[in-house]
Design a protein around this ligand. Structure first.
Ligand code: NDP
Ligand code: 8X3
Length: 248
């Protein structure tokens, strides 16, 4: 199979690229940090096509798809994985620039990749789109404001794609994890590793390999089975109680 993975330089994307290459698939590995893509290519010189790509840039995405080498053109699985949270301030204190970057990456990035790849799937009546949502798209938490909202978009966009694709063989899935130890929190806290590590201290968070394995399972179901949504979290994570603001 041929995979297109956004954000293959770290975390889930890197774990998926590694897993799918090890299993003999073809992988189009993308991301902004080209040196990391080069490392991946060095490890797996065969069956890989790397592209330095910022998914926020519509023209870059278009050109990446149009200029794919012949042997990578027939994408079977698009994994809209690249994404990020920036900051954890309350909405009234948060930076509008950070909000814009999250919307551009987590929403426009998915739209750009889907727009240029989906028609090629429909043309061949074959394909699977996997979007990375989050438990943050379902359950609110303080400071999750725009990040959570972008993940709610990923969830609903997935289901709406399913509605539009009825009558085709294209499958769509939203994967919605809870805490997973990747570079996610380092990005959220702008490189403050101590703060990032504290998020996962004293608990067994999910791993990037857990997510790669879950997605591998989703795409390897028989073609008549569409997994709509998977929500997963660490055993050591749960939901909070309703909060109240009291005057006494
Ligand atoms: P990482 O920070 O480890 O990886 C994020 C990936 O996204 C990197 O490869 C990064 O590549 C890429 N990326 C970010 N911005 C862009 C951009 N503008 N253009 C192209 N690529 C970009 O995080 P995770 O692996 O944990 O996160 C992967 C996805 O899973 C995200 O969508 C995240 O929101 C979601 N998620 C994460 C959870 C967690 O707890 N870790 C839980 C639930 C969902 P580069 O910087 O090289 O461009
Ligand atoms: C990332 C999970 O709970 O840190 O999507 O927002 S959480």
């Amino acid at each position: 199979m041929i995979f297109f993975i956004s954000g293959a330089t770290s975390g889930f994307g890197l774990a998926m690229a590694t897993r799918f290459l090890n299993n003999g698939n073809y992988v189009i590995a993308t991301g902004r940090r080209i040196e990391r893509l080069d490392e991946l290519k060095f490890k797996f010189p065969k069956n890989i096509h790397t592209i330095k790509l910022d998914i926020r840039n519509r023209e870059e995405v278009k050109s990446a798809i149009v200029n794919l080498p012949e042997e990578f053109k027939k994408i079977d699985v698009l994994i809209n994985n690249a994404g990020m949270a920036l900051g954890i301030d309350a909405a009234q204190k948060a930076s509008l620039d950070d909000w814009e970057v999250m919307v551009d990456t987590n929403i426009n990035g998915i739209l750009n990749c889907t727009h240029y790849i989906l028609p090629t799937m429909v043309e061949r009546n074959n394909g699977h789109i996997v979007n990375l949502g989050s438990v943050a798209g379902e359950f609110p938490y303080p400071g999750g404001n725009v990040y959570g909202a972008t993940k709610a978009f990923a969830h609903q966009f997935t289901l709406n794609l399913k509605a539009d694709l009825l009558g085709t063989s294209i499958r769509v899935t939203s994967i919605e994890p809870g805490m997973c130890h990747t570079e996610f929190s380092e990005v959220r806290f702008r490189g403050d590793k101590e703060k990032a590590d504290a998020v996962y201290s004293g608990m067994q968070a999910l791993t990037a390999d857990d997510i790669a394995e879950t997605i591998d399972w989703v795409i390897s179901r028989p073609s008549h089975v569409n997994i709509n949504v998977i929500s997963l979290m660490p055993t050591q994570q749960a939901f909070g109680a309703f909060a109240t603001s009291r005057k006494n």
